[in-house]
Design a protein around this ligand. Structure first.
Ligand code: ADE
Length: 231
């Protein structure tokens, strides 16, 4: 899979794409991420990519031309399955959308900025508008990073243990069961016990453990996210 991210702040994404799960996915050759500086595509001699809005509204608006030039270059080189625009008025990103996008061959993510982009870009070029939640970020870069992380980690082979991405919270509309590691009983800095790991997890009885996990998942979902049970 290939993800091209178009942004006016490439520095915000460069470390992110080289590190952690996303970096590992790239090193394993399972995903390629390319970050493009939108300013490289403007013909403006001060490298500006925005201008004042018609109608006298407040704020600046990203112009058609640099976006057109950048996306035309990319689509001239290969077919893209989706051209996504990050915006708070888009459809809410969730696990099913991450699953769906992880099956695509090539996608572009255009990071929004300023007051918005010239509406003609959205009408002409964008195939999907996506929000990561009901709040307003300064720009779409963090939204692009969130989406890229969620998409890349479920590409088969990116996470070592294939099972672990499938048992994530939300994969089946259930929150994940609690997990524990050594020691079996933790004594804190004040000498107080934080209790012991549930006995069943030490039993080695695989079927019973699976049953316990499911029961815990259902209980936590009922308590914390009852809305998921109706999906
Ligand atoms: N840009 C600004 N806020 C955003 C959000 N909530 N989701 C996606 N892109 C955004």
């Amino acid at each position: 899979m290939r993800i091209d991210i178009i942004t006016v702040i490439p520095e915000l994404l460069e470390n992110f794409t080289q590190e952690s799960i996303v970096g590992r996915g790239q090193k394993k050759g399972l995903v390629e991420i390319h970050v493009h500086n939108l300013r490289d595509y403007t013909t403006n001699r001060w490298r500006r990519v925005d201008d004042y809005p018609f109608g006298g509204f407040a704020g600046m608006v990203m112009q058609c031309e640099p976006i057109d030039r950048c996306i035309s270059k990319l689509t001239g080189e290969r077919h893209y399955d989706e051209i996504i625009f990050t915006t708070p008025d888009g459809r809410q990103f969730d696990q099913p959308m991450a699953n769906e996008l992880s099956l695509k061959e090539n996608i572009i993510i255009l990071c929004g900025h300023y007051k918005g982009i010239d509406y003609r870009v959205r009408e002409r070029l964008i195939t999907r508008e996506v929000s990561i939640g009901d709040f307003v970020l300064t720009g779409g870069e963090l939204a692009a990073a969130v989406m890229t992380d969620a998409i890349v980690r479920i590409i088969p082979g990116v996470i070592g243990d294939e099972q672990s991405a499938l048992s994530d919270s939300f994969q089946d509309n259930l929150l994940a069961a609690p997990v524990y590691t050594r020691p079996k009983e933790y004594i804190d800095v004040n000498g107080k016990s934080w209790g012991e790991v549930p006995e069943i997890l030490l039993s080695g009885h695989e079927a019973k453990i699976k049953e316990w996990e499911l029961e815990q998942s259902m209980q936590r979902t009922r308590r914390l996210r009852p809305d998921l049970l109706n999906k």
